[in-house]
Design a protein around this ligand. Structure first.
Ligand code: HEC
Length: 132
């Protein structure tokens, strides 16, 4: 009788845990990766570089500032100033979004300068495609 009670208790605890796990296991909102491929033909490739090789997604999210400014903010600033993100990523132009934090971003030029010009264009198009 005792054994059954223990087993029953164990079953209840187990089923509770399972339910909790299911709740916690829910995938968080996926990053917005839909791109307008007509306007930004390289954006799809840029998205891959951004999340993969470039490791940019560690510090940049679409609409919130994390370690780096949001892609929307970057897109907005660069549109306003008619500046080139691709040039910036090749170390050819000065920061315009948050110059005080430039040192943190600058470390990534090792990666972006090693990329092809087309890859830098792809990153630029991806960032623009995430702007409003
Ligand atoms: C370690 C964190 C980190 C990573 C990784 C990172 N960034 Fe940044 N990024 C920052 C910070 C911090 C800033 C703000 C400083 C600045 O504006 O230069 C920034 C700024 C920028 C800007 C705006 C530059 C300007 O004009 O001010 C662009 C564009 C950018 N990042 C693109 C990228 C791309 C593309 C990658 C991937 C190759 C990347 N970042 C990876 C932290 C990061």
């Amino acid at each position: 009788m005792k054994t059954i009670a223990i087993l029953a208790a164990a079953a209840i605890i187990f089923s509770c845990n399972k339910k909790e796990n299911q709740d916690f296991g829910k995938p968080s909102e996926p990053e917005k990766t839909t791109v307008n491929s007509a306007e930004f033909p390289l954006a799809e490739k840029g998205a891959e570089l951004f999340q993969g090789t470039g490791k940019c997604a560690t510090c940049h999210k679409t609409d919130v500032k994390v370690i780096g400014p949001s892609l929307q903010e970057i897109a907005q600033k660069y549109t306003e100033k008619k500046a080139s993100i691709a040039h910036f990523l090749n170390g050819e132009s000065d920061p315009i979004v948050d110059p005080t934090q430039f040192e943190v971003m600058k470390a990534n030029f090792v990666i972006t300068k090693a990329m092809s010009a087309e890859d830098r264009q792809a990153l630029e198009q991806y960032i623009y495609s995430q702007g409003k």
